[in-house]
Ligand binder design. Sequence first.
Ligand SMILES: Cc1cc2nc3c(=O)[nH]c(=O)nc-3n(C[C@H](O)[C@H](O)[C@H](O)COP(=O)(O)OP(=O)(O)OC[C@H]3O[C@@H](n4cnc5c(N)ncnc54)[C@H](O)[C@@H]3O)c2cc1C
Length: 386
Amino acid sequence: MNRTTLDVAVIGAGVIGLSVAYELARAGARVVVLERHLPGAGQSTKTGGGVRLAHGSKMNVELTRMSLPVWEDFPTRFGVDPRYRETGHLFLAQSMQCSATLRDQADLLLNLDVPTNLLDGPGICERWKDLAQIQASTGLHCPVGGYLDHHTVIAGYQRALADMGGHLELGVRVEDVLIQDGRVEGVTTSTGPFPAKFVINAAGPEAGVIAGYAGLKVPFVSRRHELLIVRPTQPVPDILPWLIDTDRQVHLRPDGGGRALIGGFMGRDESTDPKLYTREYSADWARRVRSEVSKAFGLTEPDCEIVEGWAGLYPGTFDYLPVLEESLPGLITAAGFSGTGLMHAPAIGTIVADMVSGRTPDGIDISSLSSGRFSKPSSVAETSGF
Ligand SMILES: Cc1cc2nc3c(=O)[nH]c(=O)nc-3n(C[C@H](O)[C@H](O)[C@H](O)COP(=O)(O)OP(=O)(O)OC[C@H]3O[C@@H](n4cnc5c(N)ncnc54)[C@H](O)[C@@H]3O)c2cc1C
């Protein structure tokens, strides 16, 4: 492509980079996405496909709320159908501590006008007969949210970006950030420089490396998370919501055809060096998670068949909320989305396009997402991740 100064160079063709590039191209910017591998080859195709409105922080609720119309209307807007299925979410608690946390979360959600029902044990069993075996004493149900196919989302954004005249350069590794008189003026890559008026750091778990090229220290934290698709003896009914046991820290959702997607960090949520990441799930984790999921929901056996499994990285921060800011003049950071990057990608695309054009993002105050928050005692953290 012609490399005369671009309006915007986006680093990373994950769901965040593609959504940002699409919105910028749609607004008329001359934009390129620089990706070292293939679109979606990072974390954006390792997800459970989850979209939910029930979070533990106002910011995540607002970002989902901004994104939902795009998910509901994706086939019309992007010409491909990621089969968004609205199942809702049911958080479950047995211990007093987890029940209290769910009650606090319900208060927050009701204050934000999120449809939320707080249920007791008998109420849960009455509503979902298939959950007669669960031991939970408290349930928080939000009917808004579900899951979709992340591969189709990536394909849809990629196609729409091309339709808008945006460019995707594959097999290109960003190796440095060009800075002139305190302003970022592009990047250097394995195939030479890309001068640009704005650079967007959407490098997922590598966002800290890119920040380092610009002389910044942003404390991103990657955490390893794994998922399995299992086929139990008794089919898992499609009508069940996404189930999250907050005591055991495991979750399950129907995956169609009687299969279920299961996962959970079961108390182990430590940071991982992205360089050491491997895609294979661990056999020990698979044994433990099937056992805990079986005890939690009574829908699958501890030795149920594994159809497929994988490991990925939550590209996160210490408070599980993203960094969204102009880190230096000309350098916008949009990274650290933990377990919410897929569901929030439409909102992030719109917000970053506003930031590049100098507009205040409409309807949302993102000032609390600046990296400056890490130098102060933390006031807000997202605690409902799973
Ligand atoms: C097991 C698991 C389950 C999850 N489930 C959900 C879920 O249900 N819902 C949800 O919303 N989120 C979920 N997530 C989180 C979600 O995957 C991430 O938040 C999201 O994918 C982040 O997108 P991204 O575009 O920032 O990063 P990525 O998809 O990782 O994209 C970053 C891209 O940057 C490229 N890159 C990096 N460095 C360079 C460089 N120097 N030069 C060029 N290219 C570079 C990479 O190759 C990569 O393609 C899950 C994550 C995991 C691991």
